[in-house]
Design a protein around this ligand. Structure first.
Ligand SMILES: *[C@@H]1O[C@H](CO)[C@@H](O)[C@H](O)[C@H]1NC(C)=O
Ligand SMILES: *[C@@H]1O[C@H](CO)[C@@H](O)[C@H](O)[C@H]1NC(C)=O
Ligand SMILES: *[C@@H]1O[C@H](CO)[C@@H](O)[C@H](O)[C@H]1NC(C)=O
Length: 341
């Protein structure tokens, strides 16, 4: 039981970390705009054409780019996540549009802990509008059964305390954020051994217990946690669509435009917006683990960081137990371990 408490606490801590990341992104933007207008963003001479993807994301977000930064190249990104963003599921979109009239449609966010669900919610609310609603955009920060709760046991059974009341759950289309299971930062971990998939001494998988709104669930390790949680949405009997965290990072405008089209929404007027202006004030938050958009791009763009903190035994367990059908569907590659075929 003490162990459960610890794990739940770590999950909360990790979620907080994502919040801080987002706050830091806002603070970067805030600081930037307060000193220099976006139109006069300096052209950085060291940018190579293959770095334009990362560069243009940062420019759109108004992030000042230190010229010394070695931005990830397109091939750094594609070697980990494939060449193109993974589009939403057209069949599910059609099915959803058939089932729910436009004026009742809602796009609502779900995803595992610390996958960027808050980021997705903000991007949707700022950029997409379903016309015909009496009020609001039709975008919701969370699915009404709770964004981290597994849908099989919670949809039509649980009403989330925040964002759940008075929402017709069958009229909501969940958009699920999926994140690369490598790059350990989103797993529960201790700082020396991240992601701690297997026990350091015994090499047995570290079991994970997660407390959801209506029940506890035990998983053999973080790998099964990732597999089973995502699989519930992939195999769901109701329409659900997906977006990768990495596409929100490297190609947010294209990703959000695709999701918005799925529900016959339209892009809101004006340019693409990364952050909510009024939320800038969280810039005072500072934390060791807080990163900005720039450092998120540097981290997730860097194939060398993908196995940072992993032991060879973690890597072997993940290779042998990850659901490679899900990995292939989302175009996540198997990172190489030095010297292993
Ligand atoms: C909930 O939404 C579904 C799909 O739009 C609709 O068929 C159903 O009648 C709605 N239920 C209520 C109670 O409004
Ligand atoms: C999910 O669906 C696939 C394809 O229909 C099937 O092979 C798989 O066994 C299902 N998995 C689960 C966990 O239900
Ligand atoms: C923003 O932060 C400043 C300094 O901490 C504070 O004085 C101000 O009230 C905050 N504004 C809002 C809208 O929260």
């Amino acid at each position: 039981m003490r162990e459960n408490g610890r794990i739940v606490a770590v999950i909360l801590f990790v979620s907080l970390d994502m919040f801080l990341l987002w706050s830091a992104i806002e603070s970067i933007e805030g600081d930037y705009h307060s000193s220099r207008p976006a139109a006069r963003l300096p052209v950085v001479p060291s940018i190579r054409p293959e770095q334009m993807l990362a560069f243009s994301t940062l420019r759109t977000a108004g992030v000042a780019l230190p010229s010394s930064q070695q931005l990830p190249t397109r091939s750094d990104i594609s070697s980990q996540y494939g060449d193109t963003p993974v589009g939403s599921n057209d069949e599910a979109c059609q099915e959803y549009r058939r089932l729910v009239p436009k004026s009742q449609r809602f796009l609502a966010v779900a995803g595992l802990f610390n996958t960027g669900t808050h980021l997705l919610g903000n991007l949707l609310v700022r950029n997409c509008q379903i016309d015909g609603h009496v009020k609001g955009t039709g975008m919701r920060m969370v699915v009404p059964w709770g964004k981290h709760n597994p849908p099989l046991t919670h949809r039509l059974r649980n009403v989330a305390k925040v964002g759940g009341k008075g929402v017709n759950q069958t009229s909501v289309l969940p958009v699920v954020v999926v994140k690369d299971p490598y790059h350990c930062s989103h797993w529960l971990h201790d700082s020396d051994h991240c992601p701690a998939i297997v026990n350091w001494n015994t090499i047995a998988p570290n079991a994970v217990t997660v407390k959801y709104a209506l029940d506890f669930k035990n998983y053999k390790s973080h790998i099964e946690f990732w597999n089973e949680w995502n699989r519930e949405y992939i195999n769901a009997s109701f329409p659900a669509i997906f977006v990768r965290f990495e596409d929100l990072l490297f190609d947010a405008e294209r990703a959000i435009t695709g999701l918005c089209k799925c529900v016959e929404g339209r892009r809101r007027r004006g340019g693409f917006r990364y952050v909510e202006e009024s939320a800038k004030n969280s810039s005072t938050v500072s934390h060791q683990g807080a990163n900005g958009l720039l450092s998120a791009i540097m981290r997730y763009g860097n194939p060398q960081k993908r196995l940072e903190g992993w032991t060879k035994e973690d890597w072997i367990y993940a290779r042998d137990h990850l659901d490679w059908e899900i990995m292939a569907r989302f175009k996540y590659s198997l990172p190489k371990w030095p010297g292993v075929q």
